[in-house]
Design a protein around this ligand. Sequence first.
Ligand SMILES: *Cc1c(COP(=O)(O)O)cnc(C)c1O
Length: 392
Amino acid sequence: MTTFASSLIDTIRLVIGPGEIGLHEPIIGEAERQAVDSCLRSGYVSSVGQWVVDFERLLAGTTGAKYSVALSSGTSALHMALVASGVRPGDEVLVPAMSFVATASAVRHAGAIPHFVDISESSLGVDPNSLETYLSGSTEKTPQGLKNKTTGNHITAVVPMHCFGHPVEMVRLLDVAEEFALIVIEDAAEGLGSQLGGTHVGTFGRAGVLSFNGNKIVTTGGGGAVITDDEELAKRVRHLSTTAKIPHPWEFDHDEVGFNYRMPNVNAAIGVAQLQQIQEFAASKRALAGAYSDALAGFAGVSLFVEPEGARSNYWLNTLILDDDTSHHRDTILDEAQKEGLQLRPAWKLLPELSPYQHHPQAPLPTAKNLQRRIMNIPSSAFLGPAGLERS
Ligand SMILES: *Cc1c(COP(=O)(O)O)cnc(C)c1O
């Protein structure tokens, strides 16, 4: 019997073929193996070394940021970016209700309080318009900064997250941030290679954060980075993440409580080889998105999410949005796909529904609540589709 679920899965299979297929898997080839081998032979495997320097330089070149600091994960990079840009313990930080949990946990690591806001149907990220309306009604501008009328806390920053690689409406968001004197830290963990009006995501705000986890478009095994044009901020991230050690030829002196968050050289070696292929990865993923779009064009009840106006997305993950009246099929689709080795995934559970965040402040979340049950991500590795790259 053909059901909605089985014909949707068949349509996906038309694009990517049979067999076990993961949601997003890296391509690790000869270049990565050679770089790691050379790093191992050098003996510098830990958090100093030429590969880290080269990786940071390449990253600045790729994103157009003046400075980049390579760190151990996207989560640690978010933590450092928040602290270095002046978010203090007890502050509230505006975070999209629909994001990977790290966006909220990093705010808590900084001692601040995530305050959840709604997303936009056109970007899947923070909606600047509903944010403006919400802040106008629920906050008070004081000489000490923006005050939450309900909690009495200061709201000092907003963390737009470029969801599945699609840029948030940053120009409008920067306007709203300016109106309410908010620091902007971009969670661009999923957005390497994505641009808005020719500007790379992560370079609109005070700082941007990238992740190089194994499932991202470029991987270092595990890793992250802070990118910024602010030299002082970059220096502060470097210092804090290097145990706050005062540079000295032999003395151990540390001038505050620091973190051990730097990226090891051996991970940076993988990253250099990966980053040199970002254009190829992005081109293949764009072709895959085009093929999914063609295959699904006549399929009623579901649409493929396309990059917002003026944006060039990296299409890190391809996203299906079920119609309101087909969304009840979601779990059946996920189950059936799982049974035949096809990895589909729903959107994250909304952050304010997770037990650590249930009692945190939140705006009305109509769009996040509606989209959350309609979204499904489908296999998106760069070796799939009409321009699929060789796997290794
Ligand atoms: C992957 C990811 C992170 C965290 O990155 P890690 O390197 O896994 O710590 C943060 N935010 C978002 C939106 C992510 O997708």
